[in-house]
Ligand binder design. Structure first.
Ligand code: IPM
Ligand code: MG
Length: 365
């Protein structure tokens, strides 16, 4: 029987509540598929700072390197916000992305028909939305040098971050995007700010050059401000979107609203595997730690569960099993099961555990 080692990193806030539910779902999948998953849990983020003093302990990194895939919760929270930049909880995730070279972040945003009314946007706008944001994840402002703060004699300060990209960094993420677009509706929007930023001018040139290898994919360039507007004005215009790190961070949160709730959005972060190398990937819900609801057992587990689905698809090549998970989620939604974030007034609201029970039940049934 095949055995897969999964590194489980719940992290902080609701990451600790939703990640165990994704593990339960994988166990159910394993039983049905005749595959054994070995789950090894490790500390990251604020939880790791509290226990070891650092947001990415060496043991955690070592476990992630040897695992077949990483199931990730969320990191950060008010408790660690006062820490200096380099030791904040978020640093654990950023360092992990960088160490594992997870440069392509796939964030699908689908408006499920039964959740249309959960979106604050009009039905006529969101209906039929099915898009994929591909965010570059290891470059740009997040990692560019120089960065830091300097003090002036007069007591003032200056802080710097640098947005920098090399041809190679742009090319490899764009290639992933063209490949993904090719398997979807063959439309790619490359998002930049080429009317102002030289980084974006290089971005646009490289993407345009690469497009020659993909004559079957229709490429358009969209300025980021215009894209932000178009996403809430006519989201069905988009199929696949590729953009740099910071723009992608912002646009993918915006896209989450098209899916009804942040609680519905999964993500996959792929490294060289995306180009056919060894298959290490990190799978995380986009919603973050949600300190306002953490510890209450009310968080929507579906983004974490759908992330486990992406893990099956992209890291383990278990395409049929991935489809089981997606179908199970779809069915519980059709049955009207709702957590607070996607419930309409008057609808029965389920907790994290109950919602997951239904998904597991569907998988076992
Ligand atoms: C995300 C998050 C992270 C990011 C934070 C937690 C560092 O917002 O994955 O979108 O900015 O990349
Ligand atoms: Mg974000």
């Amino acid at each position: 029987m095949a055995t897969h080692t999964i590194a489980v990193l719940p992290g902080d806030g609701i990451g600790q509540e939703v990640t165990p539910e994704a593990v339960r779902v994988l166990r159910a999948v394993g039983k049905r598929a005749g595959v054994t998953f070995e789950f090894e849990e490790a500390l990251i983020g604020g939880a790791a700072i509290d226990a070891t003093g650092t947001p990415l302990p060496p043991e955690t990194l070592a476990l992630c390197r040897k695992a077949d895939a990483i199931l990730f919760g969320a990191v950060g929270g008010p408790k660690w916000d006062h820490l200096p930049q380099e030791s904040r909880a978020e640093r654990g995730l950023l360092a992990l992305r960088k160490e594992l070279d997870l440069y392509a972040n796939l964030r699908p945003a689908i408006c499920f028909p039964m959740l249309i009314d959960a979106s604050p946007l009009k039905r006529s706008v969101v209906e039929g939305t099915d898009l994929m944001v591909i965010r570059e994840l290891t470059g740009g402002l997040y990692f560019g040098e120089p960065r830091g703060r300097e003090s002036f004699a007069d007591g003032g300060e200056r802080a710097i971050n640098t947005m920098a990209y090399t041809t190679r960094e742009i090319e490899r993420v764009a290639r992933v995007a063209f490949d993904v677009a090719r398997k979807r509706r063959k439309r790619l929007a490359s998002v930049d700010k080429a009317n102002v930023l030289v980084v974006s001018q290089l971005w646009r040139e490289v993407v345009t050059r690469l497009a020659r290898d993909y004559p079957d994919v229709a490429l358009e360039h969209v300025l980021v401000d215009n894209c932000a507007m178009a996403l809430v004005h006519k989201p069905t215009h988009f199929d696949t979107i590729v953009t740099e790190n910071t723009f992608g961070d912002i646009l993918s949160d915006e896209a989450a609203i098209l899916a009804g709730s942040m609680g519905m959005l999964p993500s996959a972060s792929l490294g060289p595997a995306a180009a056919g190398g060894r298959n290490v990937g990190l799978y995380e819900p986009v919603h973050g730690t949600a300190p306002d609801i953490a510890g209450k057992g009310v968080a929507n587990p579906l983004a974490a569960i759908l992330s486990a689905g992406l893990l099956l698809r992209y890291s383990l090549n278990m395409t049929a099993a991935a489809a089981w998970v997606e179908a199970a989620v779809q069915r519980v939604l059709e049955q009207g099961r709702r957590t607070g974030d996607i419930a309409k007034p008057g609808e029965k609201v389920l907790g994290t555990r109950e919602m997951s029970d239904h998904v597991v039940h569907e998988l076992e049934g």
